[in-house]
Design a protein around this ligand. Structure first.
Ligand code: MD6
Ligand code: FE
Length: 214
């Protein structure tokens, strides 16, 4: 097909990078929400501090996590699960902030998943995440919306088997990835974070993973 001015992607559309069927990378999508996201994060971590969870196998996770919303992801001797209460203090997780809800909904809808309402999230300064599937949620019809803030990280996006080849994407401050549909159970991970200094977050990367858990 002949390419002309009228087929050229608009400024907005060019910020949308398809990854594989069902998955897109929305560059800079979170920037408009930056201020509200960070003030909400402060409120959450005051009530539910970041902590290094212990895996069922007895290892301390290099990533520090916390949760908000009705369902918080926790590790447990028997595995991983979502729970309404913070095991550290027995209180409910802090409410899901409106800014998280709005961003999750907008990003999911940009990616072709309308009416997405997240009810759990966790966020993680530093460290690395080995290749894994997000599969502790009840219903895989809902996509995962993942927001990157602060230092850049190399995100690996693989296939439905751990051994499948992976594509690598450098995720920067404000980038949002959405994966659902045919890509919902793809293996993914984050390489060891390189040292650096970001004007907004300092020496860390923060990731908000917004999902419908229940
Ligand atoms: C990321 N995060 O940090 C990708 N998955 O860009 C994840 O894959 C992830 O942060 C499950 C739970 C928390 C996460
Ligand atoms: Fe994940």
């Amino acid at each position: 097909m002949k390419y002309n001015l009228f087929d050229a992607p608009s400024a907005g559309a060019s910020d949308r990078e398809p990854m594989v069927e069902g998955a897109v990378l929305l560059r800079g999508k979170a920037l408009a929400f930056e201020h509200d996201l960070f003030s909400a994060l402060t409120t959450i971590t005051e009530r539910a501090p970041l902590r290094h969870m212990i895996t069922p196998g007895g290892f301390t996770m290099s990533v520090a996590k916390t949760n908000c919303g009705r369902a918080g992801w926790v590790t447990h001797r028997a595995g991983y699960r979502y729970e309404a209460f913070d095991p550290e203090n027995g209180r409910q997780w802090p409410d899901m902030p409106t800014a998280f809800l709005r961003l999750a909904r907008e990003a999911a809808s940009d990616a072709g998943y309308p009416d997405f309402i997240p009810d759990a999230n966790r966020y993680v300064p530093g460290a690395r995440l080995t290749l894994h599937q997000d599969k502790n949620e009840r219903d895989f019809d809902h996509p995962i919306v993942s927001v990157s803030l602060g230092l850049p990280a190399v995100f690996r996006f693989g296939g439905l088997k751990r051994s499948a080849p992976v594509a690598k994407y450098t995720l920067k401050h404000g980038d949002v990835t959405v994966w659902g549909g045919a890509s919902r159970l793809r293996y993914h991970g984050v390489d060891i974070l390189k040292d650096g200094e970001h004007p907004v977050t300092g020496s860390v990367r923060i990731n908000l993973t917004l999902r419908r858990a229940l």
